[in-house]
Design a protein around this ligand. Structure first.
Ligand SMILES: *Cc1c(COP(=O)(O)O)cnc(C)c1O
Length: 384
């Protein structure tokens, strides 16, 4: 049905009406005092959201642009880096790093499994010459629904002492507790169409003091994504280039909503939706791709047994107007993914599980106890 679309993919995510209305205004001049005030408020709220006193810079890019900025500002050609690869986005980190001539050592895990923290430990401890310049990884691996153990890996990076830790937090920022200053994360990249509840178009990079020191000696070429320009402009509540003014109206509205909800409530809501989705999917007789102890709070990847993943997605979309994501690369057709990130509530999870149960029945799956998914989710809600 037209205009009835329900987005349950891990980005773009649903956008609240308040945010849409905030964006439906005539643009204002980006060098005006009014816009400076907006930048000042957004910057303060971004620091709150990132749990940091350091700079959080806003760029007109998709998430990958924020990742690229996170590499080119702090590293130099030939630098040795460790890159965690256990899915599409970890692989992307390796590709960006290789594109800029870094000496990449991949630490891999099978897609669907978390990275082995001890492999990082071993490599970092063996590096007595302190040649490793950065450890680069994806926190929530959106392609598989795996949450990597960033905290443990980061502790080994801290023991190493020299290397920066550079993190893709595109689907964990705003969905999982990520205390940047407390953990001492150096570079954290994210994007607007994920946990921020606004449309695609903005990328964010949080930068620690240690990373700014590395910036001083980093020699990779940069211009539009030179974060020094953004830092300087930020100090004057300004931007180096013309920002997407209307998207910034939306950002302000969304950050205010997040502040009103509170960080701990936001994280608890994502946990609850994750646990309810996982319990519901299991109760419907489907398998989960990521293990319970490494479950992303942004997206749940599902392995259907008797019914084809793409058929399920097709019925969910055509009949129920619910869009779910498919598998990427070699997982295409093998899994489907339910996004529960950003402006998503318990009601959305209930709706997806109900429609999923009806879809399985329609596709002739045997032994579907149609209310089992909802019952399992209800138990999670009741105990949360
Ligand atoms: C969405 C996403 C990105 C960024 O993708 P873009 O299409 O460039 O916005 C990066 N990393 C992860 C983990 C993501 O989920």
């Amino acid at each position: 049905m037209e205009d009835k679309q329900m987005l349950m993919i891990p980005g773009p995510t649903p956008v609240p009406e308040r945010v849409l209305l905030a964006m439906a205004k005539h643009p204002i001049g980006h060098r005006s005092p009014e816009f400076s005030n907006l930048i000042a408020e957004c910057n303060e709220l971004l620091q709150w959201l990132h749990q940091t006193q350091s700079d959080v810079l806003t760029l007109t890019v998709s998430g990958t642009g924020a990742m690229e900025a996170g590499i080119i500002n702090f590293l130099s050609r030939g630098d040795r880096v460790l890159v965690g690869c256990n899915g599409k986005f970890g692989e992307r980190w390796a590709q960006v790093s290789e594109a800029f001539g870094l000496q990449v050592e991949k630490i891999t895990a099978e897609w669907g499994k978390p990275l082995d923290t001890e492999e990082f430990k071993a490599k970092l401890e063996a590096d007595t010459e302190k040649e490793i310049k950065a450890v680069i990884l994806t926190h929530s691996e959106t392609s598989t629904g795996v949450l990597n153990d960033l905290q443990t890996i980061n502790s080994y990076v801290k023991n190493h002492g020299e290397a920066l830790i550079i993190v893709d937090a595109v689907t964990s920022l705003g969905a999982f507790d990520l205390p940047i200053d407390e953990w001492g994360l150096d570079v954290v990249a994210s994007g607007s169409q994920k946990g921020y509840m606004i449309p695609p178009g903005l990328g964010f990079v949080a930068v620690s003091q240690k990373a700014w020191s590395a910036y001083e000696t980093a020699t990779l070429p940069k211009f539009y994504l030179d974060l020094g320009k953004y830092k300087k402009a930020n100090a004057k509540n300004s931007t180096p280039f013309t920002p997407p003014v209307n998207l910034m109206f939306g950002l302000q509205a969304a950050l205010r909503m997040m502040k009103a909800e509170g960080l701990s409530n936001i994280f608890a809501r994502h946990q609850r939706m994750t646990q309810a989705t996982r319990a519901g999917v299991k109760a419907l007789g489907l398998s989960l791709f990521a293990p319970d102890e490494a479950a992303s709070t942004a997206v749940t990847a599902v392995v259907p047994a008797a019914v084809e993943a793409e058929k399920i997605r097709s019925v969910m979309k055509k009949q129920f107007d619910i869009e779910m994501a498919g598998g990427q690369d070699h997982l295409k057709g093998k899994i489907f993914r339910i996004g529960h990130l950003g402006f998503v509530s318990d009601r959305d999870v209930v709706t997806v599980l109900s429609a999923l149960s009806a879809t399985l029945t329609e596709l002739g799956a045997d032994n579907i106890h149609s209310s089992a998914g909802i019952e399992a989710a209800a138990k999670v809600f009741a105990s949360a």
